[in-house]
Write a protein that binds this ligand. Structure first.
Ligand SMILES: Cc1cc2nc3c(=O)[nH]c(=O)nc-3n(C[C@H](O)[C@H](O)[C@H](O)COP(=O)(O)OP(=O)(O)OC[C@H]3O[C@@H](n4cnc5c(N)ncnc54)[C@H](O)[C@@H]3O)c2cc1C
Length: 407
């Protein structure tokens, strides 16, 4: 399919996900005419529909470059993109914000976001080429060629918006990165981001199904890497939940054994913990230590805490000494879970790694490959939960499209 039978466009976009669609509507708004979006799935935007539990947490009120990690300098891109509300209002979509600053479409449905893009693309004549996997990408005589099993397409500019490795069921198994590697473009090895963190199954098995609100800290040896507050969910092999997801990006799975969590399931008591335990000892004086603690904590957690404090569950609580109360308070506040690794890409929401910042210019064009841009998760950028990833996708897709339109 190589060569002169290629269908001619002004812009080719590889990937009909968040950044590809943002690029398409921005480019068409700025006057780029013949635009094709290649999507290997039967429909564009499948992942958008899965975001935010079907509600699409599309951005956050407090976005700054400090919220992002990776080697790409996101600051100029975020600055140029500006106000996310204006971006969506130009597509006729309104947003609303929850108490934590997370922004959603006003209708609270992810379909509204996808529709906003698709309707505008239809209006502007952007072609969606679905069920079309780009298998080859190369540049010849100043034009970029994208080749599928059936046909070849060419244009002076191409945006690589084919995502990362996370959520392979939604089309992103990372296989498209091969296209970049074949061009000699370095790609930083992928790791799962925003995923459950594996721990000791023997410790977790009794906690399976439990959800505990609290504070969780991540340590690398003696170094405290971060603290998150929220609901920790326990599965048979892993700790999960948004607060764990947010810390997962700080773990190097190659030396997982150096990392561990400390969880405090009672971070917000109105009085200090030892005083509360003395009060409980008084009000539940006829009960065992396990029974005493049920006023404060879920049972499966109590058993582990008592074991860590070296106190038998059936021991009469009234007989606890002052020293034992202090020890118990410590065991409650510092519940330790070793890290055994990260859950796989199938359970991850995003990817760490991708095309490094060193090879991209300030508009995300690959320095040695004029006309080729890398956006979204394919670039080496990652963040925490809360709308930051999608915001990056809108901003990076728009940045690449604006640069193309300006040429
Ligand atoms: C379950 C889930 C929930 C999430 N919730 C949120 C949230 O609420 N807020 C938030 O900010 N982030 C969220 N994220 C992360 C966010 O969705 C992603 O970071 C973002 O969608 C990535 O967009 P992208 O444009 O880089 O690529 P993607 O959206 O991954 O799209 C890439 C597209 O390229 C296609 N493709 C791949 N290879 C080829 C090829 N060779 N030829 C043609 N097409 C190809 C794929 O099929 C895919 O459709 C969530 C992720 C998941 C998995």
């Amino acid at each position: 399919m190589r060569g002169n039978k290629a269908k001619r466009y002004d812009l080719l976009i590889l990937g009909g996900g968040a950044s590809g669609l943002a690029a398409a509507v921005t480019a068409s708004a700025l006057g780029v005419k013949r635009i094709a979006v290649f999507e290997k799935q039967p429909r564009v935007g499948k992942k958008i529909l899965a975001t935010g539990n079907g509600r699409c947490n599309l951005s956050h009120t407090h976005i700054s470059s400090g919220d992002y990690h990776g080697s790409v300098d996101v600051a100029p891109i975020l600055r140029e993109f500006g106000d996310v509300n204006s971006f969506f209002e130009n597509l006729g979509l309104y947003t609303r914000t929850d108490d934590a600053g997370r922004m959603y479409p006003y209708s609270m449905t992810a379909t509204a976001v996808l529709d906003a893009f698709r309707l505008r693309m239809r209006e502007d004549g952007v072609e969606e080429l679905c069920d079309t996997e780009v298998q080859e990408l190369y540049r010849q005589n100043g034009l970029w060629y994208a080749v599928s099993a059936e046909a070849a397409y060419c244009a002076p500019s191409v945006i690589f918006a084919a995502g990362g490795h996370a959520a392979p069921k939604l089309g992103t198994d990372g296989s498209a990165w091969r296209l970049l590697k074949q061009l000699g473009i370095p790609v930083k090895s992928p790791l799962p981001n925003l995923c459950p963190v594996l721990s000791d199954p023997a410790l977790l098995r009794p906690l399976k199904g439990l959800r505990v609100k609290g504070e969780i800290m991540l340590f690398d040896g003696e170094d405290h890497l971060g603290t998150e507050t929220g609901e920790v969910q326990f599965t048979e092999k892993a700790l999960s939940g948004i607060c764990v997801f947010n810390l997962s990006g700080l773990i190097d799975p190659a030396r997982a054994e150096d990392f561990y969590f400390m969880m405090n399931p009672v971070p917000d008591l109105s009085i200090d913990l030892p005083s509360m335990l003395y009060t409980l000892q008084g009000t539940r004086c006829g009960m065992s230590c396990e029974e005493m603690l049920t006023g404060l904590l879920p049972k499966p957690l109590i058993r582990i805490i008592l074991k860590n404090a070296n106190i038998k569950p059936e021991f009469p609580c009234i007989e606890l000494s002052g020293k034992e109360i202090q020890r118990l308070a410590g065991a409650v506040r510092f519940l330790s879970f070793p890290v055994r690794g990260l859950a796989g890409f199938d359970q991850a929401q995003a990817t760490r790694g991708g095309v490094p910042g060193e090879v991209l210019d300030e508009h995300l064009q690959v320095k040695d490959h004029p006309g080729l841009y890398v956006t979204g998760e394919a670039a080496d950028v990652h963040s925490i939960c809360g709308g930051y990833h999608l915001h990056w996708c809108w901003a990076s897709g728009s940045a690449a499209a604006s640069d193309i339109a300006s040429r």
